[in-house]
Design a protein around this ligand. Sequence first.
Ligand code: ATP
Length: 204
Amino acid sequence: MASVRDVLRIGLTGGIGSGKSTVSALLAARGAVIVDADRIAREVVEPGTPGLAAVVDAFGADVLAADGSLDRAALAAVVFADADARRRLDGIVHPLVRARATELAGAAPPDAVVVHDVPLLVETGQASSYDLVLVVQAEEGIRVARLVQRGLTAEDARARMGAQASDEDRRAVADVVLDNSGTHEELAAQVDRFWADRVAPVLG
Ligand code: ATP
């Protein structure tokens, strides 16, 4: 098993609808191992996990659906208007996500390129955990239009953006910024350039 030192750790982030998943897929096609924080955040509170038990301990059985799984809407309603409850929830979930992400990165083969897709990388102050921070951005109106196509209302999309770090905050910690306001092909070309300039030289 590779030690974490042997792998190139890239932190990938961007606002909602900016194109993180699209960039992840392009990097995976080049051989990167993707560690998806959103996906892990769902896994660590699946039925039967210590994570779900801790959430129920903190917030009561009312946050469970009839089948014993986490009722995300009920939990969201609890933490939405209560910053203290939000912090308690984050205090349970974030360490579990980090531990699992570290475990997955540690299991990557030697000389792997590990891309951590972390929507809240800036909000949770994790920029220094990575060898390189890659930020994907797109104009706000374009992101809203893409999210509406995916089924969100424009109002909901803007509210979620407003609750996240700003593009400026993300740019402040970025080593490389990709602009996804254009076509998919234009984004793919930027990912190719990023790989050639910043990844390939490290791989040797
Ligand atoms: P989320 O924060 O919701 O996880 P994300 O940052 O991972 O979003 P994607 O899911 O990659 O973003 O992209 C958002 C939506 O925009 C998707 O439906 C995707 O197919 C579409 N999209 C991404 N890039 C482009 C592009 N260059 N042109 C057109 N549509 C795009």
